[in-house]
Design a protein around this ligand. Structure first.
Ligand SMILES: Nc1nc2c(c(=O)[nH]1)N[C@H]1C(S)=C(S)[C@@H](COP(=O)(O)O)O[C@H]1N2
Ligand SMILES: [Mo]
Length: 395
């Protein structure tokens, strides 16, 4: 009886010893770098970068697809810029950290016996979700900021759901590993003999950390001005493009050139208002002009701050006699395209610095920046800063 119980406890599944060959053999991975301690340290750092990446990604998702309970303020104006900058920066830094962690622990794939019990089996299964999800998120994120879409699915939706699966698996992983991690972190430093056998643990962690740091330094300039010059690996430069800042979607690509340059251009404001408006560019220029320095903060992690000038959206709403708590649908002259329209919640519509901008840095907007008029509002993702605005509907 007791021997049977021991058997169950010891090995839920015990394959014959004759299978212990190759990577399954005892001592098949002699490098001291496949250590619990390195795995624990890398795991801890990845826990931090993944948490920041998850929370900032969730915030970005909620702003773009706001459920009823969600409120996102209009101040501070640059908060989204920081949040999305962190999202992309922690994602990029996670790449070398994750690869190093996977290399450190991959000998565990050949652990003997392969499965020790139902719980162990479940834990190992959850690793498929964790590793698969992490690799998918980092790869799809990197491809996205590189404007490379080698897939058929809609990136935001796939990236969003994969993040929940990954975070769920990460929580299980932390739960099952927390005591082993604590123990490993208390492990003494390496012995001299170990230090002398090739790369030391400290050296390995230095290389991995250094790579993560270098990648961050050479990309974060796309959103963090002081490091702009270092941004040799950044997909975008803050200061390159017409009028000195970037363009993703040109007027030509959006097929709006004819309408945007037409003398018959009108900004229409309608919906829940007393007097619908239809204003020419000259009518807009004749209204009070307001200046605001605000960033465009793209979900891809680049951002650029410019000084805009134009008509306050609030003034337009007042002129039309809009309802007190207006939500506004802002539509582009663009006929189709994912980002041809955006919703402007009341909090942002009524803010002092929410503009229908006609100018940037003292010049009329370049057509690729949204001439004749673009929306620019504080604390919003770039995708919601609609260019070539033709119609605003109050609901
Ligand atoms: N009409 C329209 N407005 C738009 C877009 C677009 O595709 N169409 N792109 C948005 C995106 S994703 C960003 S980041 C900002 C700045 O984009 P740009 O670099 O193309 O000017 O404009 C936004 N406004
Ligand atoms: Mo964007």
């Amino acid at each position: 009886m007791s021997t049977r119980r021991e058997k169950i406890k010891g090995a839920f599944f015990s394959p014959p010893e004759s299978l212990r060959k190759g990577p399954f053999a005892e001592g098949a991975f002699p490098s001291p770098l496949h250590s619990e301690k390195i795995a624990a340290i890398l795991g801890l750092v990845l826990g931090v970068t993944f948490s920041i990446c998850f929370v900032t990604g969730l915030v970005s998702h909620l702003i773009q697809y706001p459920p009823g309970w969600f409120f996102w303020p209009a101040t501070p104006a640059g908060l989204y810029r920081v949040s999305q900058g962190l999202h992309v920066a922690t994602g990029i830094a996670s790449v070398p950290l994750l690869l190093a962690k996977l290399w450190t622990v991959y000998p565990k794939l050949y652990e003997w016996p392969p499965v020790r019990g139902p719980l162990h089996a479940l834990e190992r299964l959850s690793l498929i979700a964790l590793v698969g999800g992490s690799l998918f998120l980092l790869f799809s994120g990197l491809a996205n900021i590189g404007l490379w879409y080698p897939w058929a699915f809609f990136f935001p939706t796939a990236h969003y759901w994969a993040s929940w699966i990954t975070i769920g698996a990460l929580i299980i992983h932390i739960g099952t590993k927390i005591s082993a991690t604590r123990r490993a972190l208390r492990e003494p430093k390496q012995t001299i003999a170990e230090e002398q056998s090739g790369l030391s643990r400290r050296g390995f962690l230095g290389v991995v950390g250094g790579t993560a740091g270098l990648l961050t330094l050479t990309t974060v300039g796309q959103t963090f001005g002081p490091l702009n010059e270092l941004g040799i690996l950044a997909p975008r430069r803050q200061d390159v493009g017409p009028q000195g800042f970037p363009v993703n979607k040109s007027a030509e690509a959006a097929k709006v050139e004819k309408k945007a340059l037409s003398p018959h251009y009108r900004l229409v404001l309608e919906g829940d208002v007393n007097t619908p408006l239809s204003l020419s560019l000259d009518d807009l220029r004749a209204m009070e002009q307001t200046e605001a320095t605000l960033p465009i903060a793209c979900v891809e992690g680049w951002s650029t701050s410019q000084t805009w000038r134009g008509v306050r959206v609030r003034d337009l709403l007042e002129r039309a006699g809009a309802t007190a708590d207006p939500t506004i649908m802002v539509e582009s002259l663009q006929k189709s395209g994912l980002y041809r329209a955006s919703e402007l919640p009341a909090e942002h519509a009524l803010a002092d610095n929410t503009l229908l901008a006609l100018q940037v840095n003292g010049e009329d907007l370049h057509i690729d920046h949204g001439y004749p008029a673009r929306l620019i509002a504080p604390n919003r993702p770039g995708v919601l800063q609609t260019k070539w605005v033709g119609k605003m509907t109050v609901t």
